[in-house]
Design a protein around this ligand. Structure first.
Ligand SMILES: Nc1ncnc2c1ncn2[C@@H]1O[C@H](COP(=O)(O)OP(=O)(O)OP(=O)(O)O)[C@@H](O)[C@H]1O
Length: 250
């Protein structure tokens, strides 16, 4: 494996009850990559991220995180990524601080071990930190999930629609944190989103999932070009989705 490769997904199929929802997925992320994962509802974005994060077992193929095969050494591989938990799955009976302490103890780091300052404060969590997560709004829950995912600066950061529900200031701060992580070239980020227009300014790679397969990919140059023309990237995505499956991935 290339030492700069943080995520290597090869021939991955995954789904539920033995039925594949995503199949034939190949992905390689290096240090400094920010991958935007796009796709219509039900196209398999969350399923793919669940397979990459070891929440479901692949039906075929492999996932290697920072050089560790998830199938061979799941616990060691899992220490290579931070995942922002879906707000309904957060432990509502803990305070934000207790949750950060819990995640920090699992990651063997301090509860304020973030690259680039106090992320909890930057996301506006200071006045919520000693209150129960169950009392948080959805957006505030998303913020604590992101802050926890970033603890200990894991090589890979996985955000599944985590920008949803954030107020503009918090979304701006999360984007700044992500861009700084990528600029440090120690980490890679994979972020699924329906906010197509945010992708060219935030990501240097993008893939479009359709019916469980990668239908189209964009590299840094293509995203940079699209970012100069308002609406251009959204148009590319909509065009790709309107093409028959057999035309895609050119
Ligand atoms: N736990 C589950 N058990 C069985 N089927 C599931 C489960 N979770 C998702 N699916 C099915 O897998 C398919 C892909 O769902 P998935 O949530 O991965 O899509 P998505 O692209 O993330 O969608 P969205 O944009 O709506 O969040 C859907 O048909 C869905 O019904």
């Amino acid at each position: 494996m290339d030492s700069s490769e943080i995520l290597a997904v090869r021939g991955l199929s995954a789904g539920y009850g033995g039925h594949a929802v995503v199949s034939g997925i190949d992905l390689s992320l290096g240090r400094g990559d920010i991958l935007g994962l796009l796709g219509p509802n039900g196209s398999g974005k969350s399923t793919l991220l669940r397979a990459i994060s070891g929440q479901i077992r692949p039906l075929a193929g492999s996932v290697v995180i920072n050089g560790v095969d998830l199938g061979d050494a799941p616990e060691r591989a899992k220490s290579g990524f931070g995942l922002a938990i879906d707000p309904p799955d957060l432990p509502g009976a803990l305070t934000g601080r207790q949750y950060l302490q819990l995640v920090a103890s699992i990651r063997c780091c301090a509860e304020n071990d973030w690259l680039g300052g106090n992320v909890a404060e930057r996301l506006g969590l200071k006045r919520w930190i000693d209150r129960l997560i169950a009392e948080y709004s959805l957006g505030t829950q998303a913020k604590i999930a992101i802050a926890a995912a970033l603890l200990g600066a894991p090589p890979l950061l996985i955000l599944d629609e985590s920008l949803n529900g954030l107020d503009p200031l918090a979304a701006f701060e999360v984007k700044r944190v992500i861009l700084a992580l990528a600029a440090s070239r120690h980490q890679a980020v994979i972020i699924s989103t329906h906010v197509v227009e945010a992708v060219p300014g935030l990501c240097n790679r993008a893939v479009l999932l359709a019916e469980g397969s990668i239908a189209r990919e964009w590299n840094a140059r293509q995203l940079a070009e699209a970012s100069h023309a308002p609406g251009a990237f959204e148009l590319h995505v909509m065009q790709a989705l309107s093409e028959p499956m057999s035309w895609r991935r050119r």
